[in-house]
Design a protein around this ligand. Sequence first.
Ligand SMILES: [Zn+2]
Length: 501
Amino acid sequence: MPQKLSDQQKLVVQDMDAKITALVGRLTAADLRALLVGAAPGGPEEADFGRRFRALSGELAALGDLVQTEAGLSPSVGANTSITAGANPQLLRLELRPELVESVTSSHLNTLTVLHELSHTLREGGAFPVKDYAYRSEWAWGYLTPALTAVNADSYAELAARLAEGALGRPGRYGKLGPLPAQREHLRSVAGRTVLGAALAWVDLVLNRAWIRGSGALAHAEVDVPDSELAARQRAWSADPDQAALVAFEQKLVSEGLIAARYSGLGSHGLSWLGKGAVRGISDCLERAKQLLSRLEVVPVAADGGHVSCDASSGALMVWRGVFGEDVQRLGGRILEAVLAAVAPAGFYQPAYASRLRDIVDWLVENDRPQERLALQPLLRALTALPVPATTAQDWDALAQALPRAILADVATRWQLVATHAADTAALAPEKRKALQHLDTVLRRDVGQATAVSRRLTTTKAEVDALLAAVDAVAKQVVPHFKDEAARYADLRLELSVLRR
Ligand SMILES: [Zn+2]
């Protein structure tokens, strides 16, 4: 249940509002242009993006009591904007997980999460223009058109992140690092040689919309209508393009034999519990598919053969060399199928929808909310029309080495950020230096993946040396203050040294 903010939480929200206003004050046309790649300087996208970003200043305060906490939100979401469905949407609430407003901090991290959400509440005419198309830590980031960038919530978070880094003089502090961005950026750098990066972006865009729309379809599936109101409700649904599309999706499931049609019983009209269960199952599968896509390690297989497979437990996406001549639609389709197959329910009592998830994704995207469907169509068309470069077998084999190297380089970069943070902490008064203890556990979280990824490489000398240098940089800040910690870093060095070939 959403809760009103306590006085303490209101202070945190006020501080966030002040931080946002300060960031808006730093905005220049150059900041907007850096994110609107390919847009005409001073063009309509720049004007829209700038106007909306400036409108975020004071927006939190203006929402007043509509800003509430919701402990039931999943930690991966963090915050949620509750807007009514239908053609004439209304803002109900801005819901925040309580941790986001626990205390005032010097960091902008929570403010960036809230700012993403706040962009969804901007209203223009009768509509809320800012939606979710691509996220900073996912595959489609960097592939949006300027027009989509100006209506994408995480573009506002990215703009704010860069402004905050500029204000603090700490470039990269709020950047999204990790194995996925590392692989994505490498694939972008070789876009002239393979469409694999664009194919993953296409999968991300499609699966994200299907996932969001799947929860809309579930909400609709759970609605039972009293028989006496049925005719009026059906008229209202068909008059509203958003609801009409949800009805069309549900009818598609019926006509394909995946659920039984709505029926009347005990004075009420609706789906059977089995039908509702199937729609819930579909929605759950799409959620798992989205999570799996977020932790994929792309493994180009240096062997001929033309298939793609995905292992849900390790997150490895094996892409055989035989597929490198395929276009975005075909290769993206294979990746999407592999990810969906990895999360589909298996076993003897497999539900009928389990083998149809690929089609279901298409039906959901075709029946997306009209605003989002229209906005996304030009980009999906542009991605699938990309020319297929002539990838050679050598290019493919080089990619098989370059991707794991990119993952290891990302680990080293993040460890160096830990060293920078440690240096900041070491400069504080003695009683505030406690956070330096056991910092090695932060580094250790990556050792399993670094070990697995290094096995794919023919040589690892340079990569492991970079990791060792980062370990030493952290140890140099910690050990002078906590002598006992020296052994922990020596152990870590030893574990990494055995990977060096
Ligand atoms: Zn969002």
